[in-house]
Design a protein around this ligand. Structure first.
Ligand SMILES: [Zn+2]
Length: 209
């Protein structure tokens, strides 16, 4: 496999370049980034890891730079490009890690029940028969029987299974769930929020199915 290395720009700068002009600490003016020199190759998004390296979020480059400059996060993976602001130059962050552990409230995930998130959690497969086509969202305990719209009562279901199940309880049918539905891990929301997962993120998301 041949790896092509693009030629550096004329008078290319060393990778250690990190300029700060003046004694004052750099202004953390988010507006300093016009975006003009921002590498848009991965959609301008940065993967945020908790202090434990668990992926918890996706944020903008701007937000990541603020966290880095405030020493609230450290750079884990950087891009080839440099970000230039008035008072400093910084490699474009791809993955950052929070210095302090942040408790991710389960409640925060509970709010974000969407079809895409349910399908992603369930591996894009019907939880009754395993089919991958015609996916719909099914309330395990039907709403008409008091079922709630919560993570533990909503599953991906193919159209035929959903119709067959209708308004009945599983106990009354010859159907069963392949696994009990529950609130997914944060990775699911990262997969849902980023249409394509940049390769630099892959090692940190490997545990997500
Ligand atoms: Zn099915």
């Amino acid at each position: 496999m041949q790896e092509t290395v693009p030629p550096g720009p004329a008078g290319s700068v060393s990778s250690t370049q990190r300029q700060r002009h003046g004694p004052a600490s750099p202004p953390i003016a988010a507006a300093a980034f016009s975006g003009a020199s921002v590498d848009g190759g991965v959609g301008g998004r940065v993967l945020v890891l908790n202090a434990t390296y668990e992926p918890i979020n996706v944020c903008s480059i701007r937000r990541a730079v603020v966290l880095l400059l405030k020493d609230k996060a450290e750079m884990i993976e950087r891009g080839a490009r440099q970000l230039h602001a008035e008072s400093f130059t910084l490699a474009r962050p791809l993955v950052i890690r929070l210095v302090t552990y942040v408790r991710v409230p389960r409640q925060a995930h509970r709010r974000k029940i969407t079809r895409r998130a349910v399908f992603a959690r369930d591996g894009w497969a019907c939880q009754y028969c395993g089919s991958r086509s015609n996916l719909t969202v099914d309330h395990v305990v039907p709403r008409s029987k008091g079922g709630t719209s919560s993570w533990d009562n909503i599953v991906a279901s193919c159209g035929p299974c959903n119709r067959r199940k209708g308004d009945q309880l599983l106990a009354h049918l010859d159907m069963e769930l392949r696994r009990a539905p529950k609130t997914p891990r944060a990775e699911i929301f990262i997969h849902v929020s980023a249409p394509t997962i940049p390769s630099a993120w892959q090692p940190y998301l490997a545990q997500a199915a």
